[in-house]
Design a protein around this ligand. Structure first.
Ligand code: GUN
Length: 293
């Protein structure tokens, strides 16, 4: 069994991005600038956004964090998005989700200019992805594709089972792996909460991508020997023995499943760090106008 070390790989990719930024600086070209909008004080969102801003600093990007109280109105948030769309100095921006209940997330996503949508959530970017056109890939699927590529994991002709059909992970993942290319050319099953015999599906997987948000859901009896496991879950479970009172576990029961796997991503230190790196890669593309003129 080999561990897919997302943390180590993300450090390598950050170094590559840093090199590019240094070269842009030498050529006196535009330095990539990412802005992040954080509404309210959801602890998980705070920690993700902090990590995004810290990563920008590590690679030499400019970053702007716009923090708003959760009493902000939808109209006020849409005004901030309009300003960011028009601000020439900002190459790309994200609005951290989830948003407070009184704000319509779909409206917010649709308000972001696809050219600056470095999260790849806008339907224009989703549609371009589905058709294999230049686009910003959503960060988590982009990170998973990079892991498969850099670890040279064979995907051609393999049966991939994606668990979870969210717009930002499961659904794009199923499309990317079924597309022509490397990684790609998989036969894909997209399973979800209404799938009848889930274990029958997961047992057929050469590659299993778990993105359902249920701690330790996949047990050893649900996978076959030699499976490649990509665990997208980042679930907090109570742990009084830890100073912070919780620990992070994936959707896969690592202890029982890892001995059967050929490759597996740990939690933490697997998919999570790659997601942030992919956001940086998209922001670099935005500043170089590689996707849209
Ligand atoms: N919430 C959880 N993951 C993400 C992400 O990748 N981007 C944004 N904007 N919000 C999130």
């Amino acid at each position: 069994m080999s561990i897919i070390d997302g943390k180590a790989l993300s450090e390598i990719i950050k170094l590559e991005i840093r090199e590019e930024v240094l070269s842009l600086k030498e050529q006196r070209k535009n330095i990539p600038h990412l802005a992040a909008v954080l509404v309210g004080n959801n602890p998980a969102s705070e920690s993700y956004v902090k990590s995004k801003v810290r990563s920008c600093e590590q690679v030499g990007f400019e970053s702007t964090l716009i923090r708003k109280d959760d009493s902000i109105t939808e109209e006020e948030l849409l005004d901030i998005i309009k300003d960011l769309n028009e601000e020439d100095d900002v190459d790309g921006f994200i609005v951290q989700l989830p948003l407070p209940k009184h704000i319509d997330e779909t409206k917010v996503t649709l308000a972001i200019d696809p050219k600056k949508d470095v999260d790849g959530f806008h339907p224009v970017n989703f549609g371009r992805m589905a058709q294999g056109l230049p686009c910003y890939l959503p960060a988590t699927p982009f990170g998973i594709m990079t892991m498969l590529e850099r670890y040279e994991i064979e995907t051609e002709g393999k049966h991939c089972v994606v668990l979870g059909r969210s717009n930002i992970v499961g659904s794009p993942m199923s499309i990317l792996l079924s597309r022509k290319g490397t990684p790609g050319n998989c036969t894909v099953t997209l399973a979800h909460s209404r799938t009848k015999d889930l274990a029958a599906e997961t047992l057929r997987a050469d590659i299993l991508i778990a993105a359902i948000g249920i701690p330790n859901f996949i047990s050893a009896d649900m996978v076959k020997d030699g499976v490649v496991i990509i665990d997208v879950g980042i679930n907090r479970i109570d742990d009084p023995s830890r100073k912070r009172g919780y620990r992070l576990v994936g959707d896969v029961d690592y202890e029982s499943v890892s001995p059967k796997a050929s490759f597996i991503t740990p939690v933490p230190g697997g998919v999570g760090p790659m997601t942030v790196t992919s956001l940086l890669a998209n922001t670099l593309k935005a500043s170089k106008k590689e996707v849209y003129l």
